[in-house]
Design a protein around this ligand. Sequence first.
Ligand SMILES: [Zn+2]
Ligand SMILES: [Zn+2]
Length: 79
Amino acid sequence: MTKYQGGCLCGAVRYRAEVAPINERVCHCRICQKAIGAAFNARLLFRIDDVTVEGEVATVNSSPDLKRGFCAACGATLF
Ligand SMILES: [Zn+2]
Ligand SMILES: [Zn+2]
């Protein structure tokens, strides 16, 4: 059974992971607030090799060291 799975608003992108996340956090930083459009960003951290992604993901750098991923079709924030 898949442990973690989800996707975007339109269904073009799906992701899943079979392992436990490295950590779980709720981030209240200003960049997360702007990226998510909410007061905080509740997120899980996985090694990229542990996550299977299907569909087209677009990315944008929100800071020099951090890329954020979103669905290229519907724009929903994913990673
Ligand atoms: Zn989508
Ligand atoms: Zn943050």
